[in-house]
Design a protein around this ligand. Structure first.
Ligand SMILES: Cc1ncc(COP(=O)(O)O)c(C=O)c1O
Length: 425
């Protein structure tokens, strides 16, 4: 346990027990994305420029090129969602029935759910204490049928990329990254999304690079890129960008039959937001340093480990409750007490939780022919992480510093109460 409990006389009554709330300003306390006048102007300009693009031109070409340059990746391909980009990644890799892909149990479900449509089997892997996929547990699940590993850098904290690149190299597997939470994060100074064969990210409104809705596939693998184009970008893009001698060029008019293009207005928003990413990341990193430093000194709080090689993007900041509080069944009481103190932005994520809990991952074959069945297994670390961890947003503007201070004060107050043996009643 870290820190020391203050003298009883300095502990004030919890708001949930009728005391004064720490934060009286009404929420929301975290507004994202930042829609500025620049964003509005970008959308208005785009309305005049084009609201549908059939080829790699205009805002789509500009944004794809900028992402390729920023990440040093040969191909960036825009999609209408992160889910579509992940589908294109799996389909682009020509995965199919009989193939297995190791995927995180603890992630947003769309990190792996599009795999079902390829006929390949997602093999869920438990996480380590950071919430990221455990490379050793991944190694144990490799079979003759394993073709690839997909990691998600959860909440913006990079996975151990030395371990995953080593594992994939040793076992002849392809490495894929879901960087929806981690755009701008680095491992040993290298951007996540550049470590494997391909990566995908979401541009959904909450993300660090928001377009409202949208997604991006990143790859240096030409064949994967051509198949991804064929999957969702029929006619012009296929005919112009897939070489004439390639089999898929002859399918160019229809592609593989789907249309998964991004809306140009979403691309225009993302293009404008890309300008703001460096300042946002710098601000979030400054804020996260302060939050971590202060949380470390609060009794009853455990912080997930972050490797020194990792520079997170701070999509969210997680802290966990002392196991003793969890055993006393107080997680919901602590959250209720924090909310009563006015901490409306502290969250216990529900949808992004161990996916093995969902019927889609327990009994997929019942809802769609060809989805197959998955074996029942336990994921104790993912369950424990999800059960005892809370998420804080990470603010990026100095104007929010006083609010950050109030959140920390509220957490200190609530934890003092519970660590002294108090309960939520
Ligand atoms: C880790 C992760 N992967 C994939 C997705 C899916 O992205 P989208 O909502 O753009 O389809 C999300 C979205 O929240 C996500 O958080």
């Amino acid at each position: 346990m870290n820190g020391e409990l203050p003298a009883t006389s300095t502990v004030s009554r919890l708001a949930i027990h009728g005391g004064e709330p720490t934060i009286t300003r009404p929420g929301p306390h975290f507004r994202w994305p930042v829609i500025s006048d620049d964003t509005r102007r970008a959308v208005l300009r785009q309305l005049d420029e084009a609201v549908s693009l059939y080829d790699r031109s205009g805002v789509v070409a500009r944004l794809e090129q900028r992402l390729e340059t920023a990440l040093g990746v040969p191909h960036a391909l825009l999609f209408n969602s992160g889910t579509s980009a992940l589908f294109a990644l799996f389909a682009g890799a020509a995965l199919g029935p009989g193939d297995e892909v190791l995927v995180p149990d603890y992630s947003f479900f769309a990190s792996s759910s599009p795999l079902f449509f390829t006929g390949a089997t997602p093999v869920l892997v438990d996480c380590d204490g950071s919430g990221n996929m455990d490379p050793e547990k991944a190694r144990e699940l490799i079979t003759q049928r394993t073709r690839a590993v997909l990691v998600t850098h959860m909440w913006g904290v990079p996975c151990d990329m030395d371990a995953f690149t080593g594992l994939c190299r040793d076992r002849g597997l392809r490495l894929f990254e879901d960087i929806s939470h981690s755009f701008g994060a680095t491992w040993k100074g290298r951007p996540v999304g550049t470590f494997g064969t391909a990566a995908a990210l979401s541009l959904q409104a909450q993300k660090i690079l928001p377009g409202g809705e949208g997604g991006v596939l990143l790859t240096g693998d030409d064949e994967l890129f051509h198949r991804a184009l064929a999957l969702g970008h029929y006619t012009k893009r296929c005919l112009q960008e897939i070489p004439e001698g390639h089999l898929l060029h002859s399918y160019g008019v229809t592609g593989l039959g789907l249309k998964l293009r991004i809306h140009p207005l979403a691309a225009a928003i993302a293009e404008q937001q890309l300008d703001t990413v460096p300042a946002v990341l710098a601000g979030r990193r400054r804020c996260a340093r302060r939050i971590l430093q202060e949380l470390r000194a609060i009794p009853g709080i455990d912080l997930p480990p972050i490797a020194e090689q990792a520079e997170p993007s701070w999509y969210g900041l997680f802290f966990s409750l002392d196991r003793d509080l969890v055993q006393r069944g107080l997680v919901a009481d602590v959250l209720a007490a924090l909310r009563a103190e006015g901490c409306c932005e502290i969250d216990h994520p529900k949808i992004t939780s161990p996916v093995h809990r969902y019927p889609l991952f327990r009994d997929p074959g019942r809802v769609h022919p060809g989805y197959g069945t998955l074996p029942e297994r336990d994921f104790p670390v993912a369950e424990a992480f999800s059960a005892r961890s809370f998420k804080l947003p990470v603010w990026h503007e100095e104007a929010d510093d006083p609010l950050v201070g109030q959140y920390l004060e509220a957490i200190r107050k609530v934890m003092n109460h519970f660590m002294r043996g108090g309960d939520g009643a």
